[in-house]
Design a protein around this ligand. Sequence first.
Ligand code: ADP
Length: 429
Amino acid sequence: MGGRWVEARSGKRFSTRNPATGELLAEVAEGDAADIDLAVAAARRAFDGQWSNWKPADRQRLLLKLADLVEADIEQLAMLDTLDMGAPISRTRASKQRAVGMLRYYAGQAVSIHGETIENSLSGEIFSYTLKEPLGVVGAIIPWNSPLGATLWKIGPALATGCTVVLKPAEEAPLTPLRIAELCAAAGVPEGVVNVVPGYGETAGAALAAHNGVDKLAFTGSHLTGQKIVRASAGNLKRLSLELGGKSPDIVFADADLDAAVPGAAMAVFANSGQVCSAGTRLFVERRIYSEFTQRVAEFSRSLKLGNGLDPETQVGPLVSSEQLDRVTAYLRLGAQEGARVVSGGARATEGALANGYFVPPTVFVDVQDEMTIAREEIFGPVLSAIPFDDVDEVIARGNRTEFGLGSGVWTRDVTKAHRLARALRAGS
Ligand code: ADP
């Protein structure tokens, strides 16, 4: 905070653990409202100070430098993500292109965002123009499912536009964001422009969302917390960006390339152990291929290697925490009680070393009905609900029958049908 490592004002720390083994990784300063106050004050001083004189080209150079440092440090960043939240190292290493590419994209934005000149009809030589200016102090609250990506996704746009940031990582995975703060300092980000305050959601997060010194809040997380953030932000009418949860339909037609659709539909849910907001968890399959297709998805799912993310062979890692394990296994029980049938996975994995971590194998439920809880609520685990359908209009209506609208997918070789569904499905992507 303010360009230095500091303890929490309270002196408290919390533990962060490896979800593959349950082992303690580190004790981290536990920030709360008092630390958020200090960080917001540091961010305000920085915003009002020299930082406001930085030109777009200076901010561009800074972001390009940060991108180079992230690229050079990617092995350590990937390792931190894997240790702290469990994702397979093959996945976290592969995030390099996205992470570095994002920063270079934002570097381009630093010099590309501009206002407009507007003609008007007043008499005389009068015209109007708009200027884009930085908002001020941005609060950023991120989840644990992709710490590296989420951190850069928040810090990058703020640096590009000349804002300052107070970022609160998820309590489950604070290590990568802290390392990024170090890289920001090494890249030459001035003191106080980027501040990272680890701590819990109900304390540090809530304080940031409610803080009157914060001009904008950018949040990624669950829709329930998103609702709290909206309420908390009302005090000073903060601007908000919210990226929340999903229960995305993934729709497979009989005319699809099934050899591509089988792994595609499975990994749309099992990648990152299902801990992805846009995961395609409601798998609608055209009835005449339903039985064969779901069988193939189940077979593919059983072939995936579940294990410690540090093993380069691992394809599916653990869930992030024991709380998440409890949550996901409760849904597994509920699915069975409500009458869905498990054809792959279905319970916590406890063989050998897996017993120490929070492992759930890729689970496929068939005979799922739209009204079942597992077909309606976001599980955020490796749980796929397969549902048969008969025709296009029906699947559009059923696909849209959800309170979410983040993502959707369509598998078909019929381009006209694909475009029709892309338009008719109410989803952001
Ligand atoms: P998840 O179920 O993915 O952990 P959350 O929405 O609970 O989703 O968490 C996402 C982020 O929101 C985390 O950084 C968490 O600490 C934070 N958070 C949780 N509760 C609150 C809250 N009441 N106010 C602000 N932030 C919160």
